[in-house]
Write a protein that binds this ligand. Structure first.
Ligand code: IVH
Length: 706
């Protein structure tokens, strides 16, 4: 009981004896959280709670300076490196940043700088402001312009050597471009993962029964710390450069010039970087960036301000683990603690049962959250989430809220472990975990076996059909689909297109129903009509065939050109020994799993008749043919090394516009490898396979704009 009370005693009331015990407790607790965060990538407390522990620790240390422990968390950044990688000693330590939590803290930070430098009140102090990227920092050492060592921060003094992994990150040049590259330079910045890539990765992980990452930061950390670089290469990591360590000469005088130079050398720098003349401007940038936070597409947790003049930065120097010339102005935490009232099972369009946490509503990062995903059965078991538990929920940008962990100290004594249902809550059919024929393991997802008789699956299929990336029918959202299905007015996609002719005939007039009026009915029918000529790619995607996402649908649409040819080919492929099936699998990007799913869909009589009924109403349009006259039309191209005259994305977009297919890896199917400086294993492989290798200039000449 004494310990429980002690941790709640305000710092000002602690006796020296209590303070000593508190410091020891906090050191152990913070070290424990550090390990979970940095080494296991599995934090168990919110950032806010963690910051509070560190703050309490420094407040006690400030009051009792004699009691500061040798292992005090304030002298340490993060935690010691994990054992698996070789260690790298940073030539210049990688330090951390002090925090500002409100506008006053920012004002005080600027005052401190003025005082320290002894500046006149009129003397302008230009500051810079940029987002604080929520990833993990890395230091990249270049010697003679070539990447020699890439390391994580580790404890700030010593990190892990992850060079092979960092080389696979597309935003990290293996060779620097530009004339004024110093002989030795360590470029520092943040490795991170975008929201879209994070969501797709977790979906792949869930499908494969592998670890689900709690947030993009943990996914990036886990991906970077892979012992096998080919795993890192398959993870979509990105990098923003914002600082530097050792540098043999410094060809710039301000932070802003440095950022410009990093961009010249081939790095991505953050587009929201700004110079500010005073505190008001700094706070202005803070609010502007905060307003964009949810739509940036990657996690940021604050804004970093830095003194622009580097001579001043040098004079200001460092105090304990942070520079005096920079500070992080944090955003309010996007994690919160709440109570899990219930676990609801939702049935997806392919029958997958997804557990959803029904929460006591709580504000997370300015948005009220009452539902959060629990991913699947194994995740519930791994986190041991029980109804009635106090849980930490997290919202990262526009990623679906999720339950991160349980606050185990607050568990009720009678809470029982959650038992995942083995029957579908919608149709009561058996729900099973299929065995993956390839791995021999159980799928992570439990699926309803009710198939076509399951009403939940039918509604979800319809919702998918009208959704934004499928037929995109305005005015027909999830709510409307549910209502029409419940009334029996729309039970399959074709019914959507006959709604207008049946209105007032077979059905109760729509405009007389609740929620509808003349105008909204007219708009709906008009929106439906415009979709009768939808693109073949959207049409195929809309059918909701298992494993056929947008990219695969586009690939199928491009390959077959018309809906008749597509269907003809797929139905001919019913026999898995047939040539038609071999042709389907041979399409680059379509594996056996996808091919079998497409075949299985059309083997089902009910699906065939639903598609027939639909095709009586809609005529899918072939995709606009890519430019077939170009010399690279139909060719598979791979880009590698540093491109000097355009960015990688620009090169890709141009090649695709000319009808080429751009691939990330070299195989026997590759026609052309465009190799810039620094090309490595891909170039070697292409040479082995006798594939045409072009320089960037040769390539530009070939496509006609040298
Ligand atoms: S500057 C010596 N700028 O935040 C100061 N850091 O909490 C070097 N971070 O270790 C850091 N975005 O991992 C800086 N725009 C940014 C940043 C940034 C994210 C991270 C970095 C640092 C941590 C400090």
């Amino acid at each position: 009981m004494a310990a429980a009370a002690q941790k709640d005693i305000p710092v000002g009331d602690l006796t020296s004896q209590q303070a000593g015990a508190e410091l020891a407790r906090l050191a152990a607790e913070i070290a424990d959280h550090d390990k979970r965060y940095y080494q296991d990538d599995q934090p168990t407390v919110s950032d806010g709670e963690y910051d509070a522990l560190r703050r309490r620790n420094s407040d006690i240390e400030a009051r009792f300076p004699d009691l500061v422990l040798p292992e005090s968390p304030s002298g340490r950044v993060g935690s010691a490196p994990a054992e698996r990688f070789a260690k790298v000693t940073h030539a210049v330590p990688m330090l951390s940043l002090g925090n500002a939590f409100d506008d006053d803290d920012v004002g005080e930070f600027c005052d401190r700088i003025r005082r320290f430098l002894g500046l006149d009140p009129e003397e302008p102090v230009i500051m810079t402001a940029e987002p604080k990227i929520d990833g993990l920092s890395a230091s990249l050492r270049y010697e003679a312009g070539r990447l020699s060592v890439g390391a994580t921060r580790g404890d700030g003094q010593e990190g892990e050597n992850v060079t092979a992994n960092l080389r696979t990150v597309e935003d990290i040049p293996v060779r620097l471009s530009g004339a004024e590259v110093p002989e030795v330079v360590e470029v520092r910045g943040e490795v991170y993962m975008s929201h879209a890539d994070f969501a797709a990765l977790n979906e792949r992980q869930a499908e494969a029964g592998k670890q689900i990452f709690a947030n993009p930061r943990n996914a990036a950390a886990g991906s970077l710390r892979q012992l096998d670089p080919s795993i890192t290469a398959a993870r979509p990591l990105r990098f923003f450069a914002y600082a530097w360590g050792e540098m043999s000469k410094e060809p710039f005088a301000t932070q802003s010039e440095a950022i410009g130079e990093l961009a010249n050398w081939g790095f991505q720098t953050n587009p929201l970087f700004r110079q500010c003349a005073d505190v008001a401007e700094m706070l202005d940038v803070y609010r502007t960036i905060e307003a964009q936070r949810a739509t940036l597409g990657y996690d940021i947790d604050g804004v970093v301000y830095k003194v622009d003049r580097l001579d001043w930065q040098k004079r200001l120097g460092f105090v304990s683990r942070a520079p005096r010339w920079a500070i992080a102005h944090k955003f309010p935490a996007e994690q919160a603690t709440t109570v899990l009232n219930d676990i609801e099972i939702q049935v997806g369009r392919t029958g997958q049962l997804t557990p959803v946490a029904k929460l006591e509503p709580v504000t997370v990062g300015g948005v009220v959250v009452s539902n959060a995903t629990l991913h699947n059965e194994d995740e519930i078991a791994r986190k041991d989430v029980r109804v009635g538990d106090t849980v930490i929920v997290q919202r990262a940008g526009d990623v679906i809220p999720q339950v991160v962990s349980v606050v185990s100290e607050k568990r009720k004594r009678h809470a029982v472990a959650y038992v995942f249902p083995d029957r579908c809550p919608a149709c009561d059919s058996l729900a099973v975990r299929e065995i993956n024929p390839k791995t021999g393991k159980h799928d992570a997802a439990r699926r309803c076996t009710g198939g076509l008789i399951c009403p939940a699956q039918a509604v979800e299929r319809l919702k998918h059909f009208v959704s934004r990336n499928a037929l995109d029918i305005e005015g027909l959202g999830s709510k409307q689909v549910e209502a029409f299905y419940a009334e029996g007015d729309i039970t399959q996609p074709a019914d959507i297109f006959t709604l207008a002719v049946r209105d007032g005939e077979a059905l109760k007039k729509l405009k007389d129903r609740e929620g509808w009026g003349d105008a909204s009915v007219r708009n709906l029918f008009a929106a439906i009509d415009t979709r009768r000529g939808t693109g073949l790619d959207r049409f195929i995607f809309a059918l909701g065939i298992r494993h056929v996402g947008e990219t695969t649908a586009r690939l199928l649409a491009r390959t077959y050109g018309s809906v008749d040819d597509f269907r003809g080919a797929v139905e001919a492929a019913r026999n898995l020994e047939s040539e038609a099936f071999q042709d389907l699998v041979a399409i680059d990007g379509i594996g056996e799993v996808v091919a079998e799913a497409v075949v299985a869909f059309f083997a089902e009589e009910h699906n065939r008749s639903a598609v027939d009924a639909l095709l009586a109403e809609v005529t899918p349009q072939a995709l606009e043919a890519a430019d077939t006259s170009s010399p690279v039309a139909g060719k598979t191209v791979v880009f590698t090394g540093t491109l000097e005259r355009m960015t990688r994305s620009e090169a890709k977009a141009r090649a695709e516009g000319l009808g080429a297919k751009v691939s990330g890896s070299v195989s026997a199917k590759t026609d052309i490898l465009v190799a810039g400086p620094g090309a490595g294993s891909k170039l070697k492989k292409a040479q082995e396979l006798d594939i045409t290798v072009l320089s960037e200039d040769d390539w530009l000449e070939l496509i006609g704009n040298a």
